[in-house]
Design a protein around this ligand. Sequence first.
Ligand code: FAQ
Length: 309
Amino acid sequence: SPAELEERFDATIAADQRIEPRDWMPEAYRRSLIRQIAQHAHSEIIGMQPEGNWLLRAPSLRRRAILLAKVQDEAGHGMYLYAAAETLGVDREELTEKLIDSKQKYSSIFNYPTLSWADIGVIGWLVDGAAIANQVPLCRCSYGPYARAMIRICKEESFHQRQGYESLLALTAGTEAQKRMVQESVDRWWWPSLMMFGPADGDSPNTHQSMAWGIKRHTNDELRQRFVDMTVPQAAVLGVTLPDPDLRWNDERQAHDFGEPDWSEFTAVVSGAGPANRQRLDHRRRAHENGAWVREAAQAYAEKQGARA
Ligand code: FAQ
C-alpha cells in the first residue's frame, strides 16, 4: 500500500541507507534530486568553457596537456551526472534542452570570464577547492547513483585542486609581474567562489528538506565556513591576500570570521545577468546544434544494429 511504501522509504532514510532507482520514492524527493543533479551536470559541462579559453594559450606544452586533461575530466563528470539523473526517469536530451532554454540552472561561478593565465591556477585552487568542500559530503547522499558518481568525481577534483595550487606556487615563486597577476586573479575570484555554496542559510529554500532527506549533509553556511578555514592557510603559503577586510581568526569560535558576499551580485548572476551568462549559453547552444548530425548518426547506427540482432 502507499502508506507502507512511504514507511519503507522513511525507514531507509532514517537508517542512513541508500535509496536505489528500483525503490519507491516520494515525487518531491525525485524532483529535487533531478533539480540538483541536472544543475550539477550542467555546471560541469558549462564549466569547461572558462578553462577551454586558455587551452591554446597555455604557457608550455606541459601546462597545456594538464589543462586539456582537466577539461576532459569535467566532460566525464557531466556524463556520470547525466547518467545518474537518467536513473530518475528523465533523459539527457530533455535536460540539455532545459539548460539551453534557461529552464534549469548551472553554477554562478562559470559566468565569470578568465582574463589571465593565473585564472586557470586560481580556478583549480579556489573553484575546485570549493567544489570539493561542497561535494565530499555528497558522497554520502541518500540516493545511491548520485553518491557513487560523487566518489569518482571527488577523487578527480582533488587532483584538479592540487594542479591549480601547484601552478600558483610556480607563479608566486616567479617575477613581480607574475605575483601581481596571481593577486589580481585572487581578487576577482574570491567572492564568486564563496557564492558557489549558495545563499545564506536563512535564504536557502531547499536546505531544510534536502537535509531531512539526507541529500545534503551540511548547510550552505557550514560548508562556506569550512572552505574559508581550509583556504586561509593555503593563501598564506602562496603569499597572497584574500580581499576581505573582515577576515580574521576568531579564537572563541575556533574558526575565521569573514565578510558577507554581495548577494545582489549573486542574484543577478543566477538570473542571467552575469558578465558571461549570454556567451556561455550561446556557446552551449551552438555546440548542441552542431552536434545534431552525430546524435542522428549514432541513433541510425543503433537502430541498424538492433534490426540485425
Ligand atoms: N549558482 O535552496 P538553495 C563544479 C540556486 S562545482 C547557481 O540553497 P540547494 C566542478 C539553487 O539551485 C559547481 N544557482 O539550493 C568544476 C536554488 O535554485 P532552484 C557545481 C545556485 O540546491 C570545477 C536557489 O539558488 N556544483 O561544477 C547557486 O539546496 C571547476 C536556492 O538555493 C554543484 O552543483 C549557485 N552558486 O543548494 C567544474 C554541487 N547556489 O534549484 C569545472 C551540487 C544556489 O531551486 C571547473 N549542488 N543556487 O531553482 C549543491 O550542493 C546544491 O545544489 C547547492 C545549492 C549548494 C549548489
